[in-house]
Design a protein around this ligand. Structure first.
Ligand code: HEM
Length: 420
């Protein structure tokens, strides 16, 4: 997801008294820890904060753990179809968040029985992935990527490893042929369309990804295999080609970015926190502990847009009007003092909301597949480059200024060069 900074002065949006004191999301201090950032917002605004998106478009940021649970569990009241939004007359054609809130006929925006149909197909298709086979594939991809930089003794791990590995693993799960230049191009296009840099053209890249997936759906209709795409097409729900392509794009987009940042944020924790730095393989604290701690304290999908109120209602003492947009503050909910103290963080406790909750939550078994990808990525790297250290000071690492994804801009490391 791209990052946006608005420099315009505060201006209350028309017709909304609560938004007079709203927080401009683009102005948040992302270099703080997630718990500090969201605790201060909660202190000032309560469990449901009025916020301003790009172009000062008003929305509600739901910060409390019980409130996020309530919103995500009541999809009849807080619905997913963005066409319900009462702000559409104020949204310009080039609005930067359009790729994420503009209605598309995919599983993401469906409601009720149609959502059950589409999500049912996805769960069935994802359940067919053998987790041991996925771990083996991730290890092969990891070794291939490590070999590309192992001889140099330095690497920038976000680009060379954390983003590349889940992109390749997800394309493999979807049945894309591996080991080809075409896969490299698709991985690059995927990265550009999901996470554009300044010189890239995300729209053109997105169109190339769509075209390639349309071709994949055609191929798999004729020649099904043991992959997500074929299982989706063979499901009795009878998806059309267009529905299959839309939902494949949703799966790939939903899987790649959060898993990449889960890997990056976990490597950061392992390399910078002395509880882990001494000896990860020593058994006192494990990679599993680090992965879980990240989901509590630096979760990749820190805020998720969104839900749209189906009618006027109350939430956290706020009056929500029909058609208002609500953002799920997943990182804020995870660090809500109501469910804190820190003893909650630990390998055994997975009551965080990092995969959301309710009907539209990250569908079973996607969180398990993400865990296989992230765990294999981190363990294989540590195994092959055991003396990996951060280049420079911990304080030089910077978080991307994104409201949506919590991830590092870069993760530069050095290690003893090896030949693989
Ligand atoms: C660290 C990794 C991941 C995180 C943190 C994550 C988190 C999330 C979140 C927060 C949502 C939004 C839920 C909502 O609207 O309430 C979501 C939805 C979704 N995720 Fe994940 N996810 C991850 C990995 C994956 C993977 C690996 C897959 C697939 C292989 C996947 C597939 C999906 C799909 C298809 C949806 C849309 C569900 C729907 O609207 O019904 N995710 N995920």
């Amino acid at each position: 997801m791209s990052d946006h900074n608005s420099a315009s002065p505060a201006a209350p949006p028309p017709g909304c008294p609560a938004h007079g004191s709203a927080v401009r999301l683009a102005g948040l201090q992302f270099q703080q820890s997630a718990s500090d950032l969201y605790r201060s917002l909660r202190r000032e605004h309560g469990a449901v904060a009025p916020v301003l998106l790009d172009n000062d478009i008003p929305a509600w940021l739901v910060l409390g753990y019980p409130e996020v649970c309530y919103v995500s569990a009541h999809d009849e009241l807080f619905a997913r179809d963005s066409r319900r939004w009462n702000q559409w007359p104020n949204i310009p054609d080039n609005w930067p968040l359009l790729p994420f809130v503009g209605y598309q006929p995919s599983v993401l925006f469906t409601e009720g029985a149609e959502h059950q149909r589409r999500a049912g197909v996805l769960t069935h298709a994802l359940e067919g992935i053998d987790q041991f086979e996925l771990a083996r594939e991730c290890q092969t991809v990891a070794e291939h990527l490590i070999a590309s930089f192992a001889g140099s003794g330095t690497a920038e791990l976000m680009n060379a490893y954390a983003h590349a590995l889940p992109a390749r693993a997800v394309l493999w799960m979807c049945g894309m042929p591996q080991d080809s230049d075409e896969t490299d191009t698709l991985v690059e296009d995927l990265r550009t369309s999901l996470d554009a840099g300044q010189d890239d053209d995300p729209v053109a890249a997105y169109q190339r990804v769509g075209a390639r997936l349309t071709q994949l759906v055609k191929t798999k209709r004729e020649n099904p295999g043991a992959d997500i795409t074929s299982r989706m097409l063979l499901h009795p729900a009878g998806l059309s080609d267009e529905e299959a392509v839309q939902d494949l794009i949703s799966v790939i987009a939903a899987a790649q970015q959060p898993t990449a940042n889960w890997i990056g944020n976990t490597l950061r924790l392992l390399l910078t926190d002395e509880r882990f730095a001494v000896n990860v393989s020593g058994g006192r604290v494990s990679v599993g502990d680090a992965l879980n701690e990240v989901l509590w304290l630096d979760t990749p999908t820190q805020n998720f847009i969104g839900r749209w109120a189906a009618r006027d209602t109350q939430l956290g003492g706020r009056h929500i009007r029909e058609g208002d947009c609500l953002i799920l503050g997943l990182a804020a909910a995870n660090t809500d003092p109501q469910i804190w103290p820190e003893s909650h963080v630990g390998a055994e406790n997975s009551a965080h909301l990092s995969f959301s909750n309710g009907e539209h939550r990250c569908p079973y078994p996607a969180p398990l597949l993400a865990d296989v990808m992230a765990r294999t990525a981190v363990e294989t790297l540590m195994e092959h480059l055991p003396d990996l250290v951060l280049t420079g000071q911990t304080t030089q690492l910077t978080w991307r200024p994104s409201v949506w994804m919590r991830g590092l801009t870069t993760l530069p490391v050095t290690f003893t060069p090896t030949t693989h």
